[in-house]
Design a protein around this ligand. Sequence first.
Ligand code: ADE
Ligand code: ZN
Length: 322
Amino acid sequence: MPLPSDLPKIELHCHIEGAAPPALVRRLAGRHGIDVSGLFTKDGGYAWTDFSSFLAAYDRAAQVFRSAEDFADLAETYLFASAAEGVIYTEVFISPDHARRSGIPYADYLGGLAEGMARAEAGHGIIGRIIPLIERHFGPEAAHEAVRTALAHLHPRVVGFGMAGDERMFAVADFARAFALAHEAGLPLTCHAGEVCGAASVAEVIDALPVRRIGHGVRAIEDAALVRRLAEEGIVLEVCPGSNVALGVYPRLADHPLIRLRDAGVKVTLSSDDPPFFGTSIGREYAAIAETFALPPGEMLAFTQTALDAAFCDTATRARLQ
Ligand code: ADE
Ligand code: ZN
């Protein structure tokens, strides 16, 4: 049964710099005189071959955004494209570390993104919220600085806090202090794990941090006791199947554990992660999962409902979306 393209969708896991179309990155690089040689393939996509080179390409692409208006355009463009695919609410990850590295004041970075979201909401009805992230591979000291910056700028659209980056580096406990500051400030938490590393990486996060959600978390499937624990504790997975296949975590979508996790009682949602890097979009994620696992629209809508229940927004916003 083909999925209706207007099926309501909620996305909880997309990195804003990772949503930048290559053509936009090329254009901004030209405008700001930034060298992007080697960043693109001949076909105009991003050039990377594995998780490390993906993160390096991401870090380079992020560097071309230099002004509040650059970020306003990026957010508006992404939310507009999402709305056109049926997205009614989206939580976008932002990165104080990447703003610092680009030399843009965090207030301008955040303000630009919030402005772009406001334009998208006014024009297309889509609601956007923001989750600042620390980047694990930049280390605990940068993380501490980043959380302090994020907490000094609590815009009404900022609804949570989290960590992305290379889960092979450092221990989760090295970031516990940064997460504690965000938690004390009342922000709900999410953390990437169980993507390139196995189930132990997910367990390490939920042992060390009071997270409500895990970014990816799919390799929890390798440990049945951990799957039971995720189900019992109601920890929600922000699953990005296309990203997992593109990065070689699973050879084919049909091998992805999304449905096995769901059927084991784990709360799973669908997102696109870094859509142009992985040749995907939130609409394509929903469509590909529906087709690959032969799921009817009602079961696809359940992913949206789970995401709505797990969204970090306030209850009034959630009620508007019900
Ligand atoms: N940052 C952007 N995308 C990411 C991913 N898939 N894993 C870890 N960090 C990321
Ligand atoms: Zn991610």
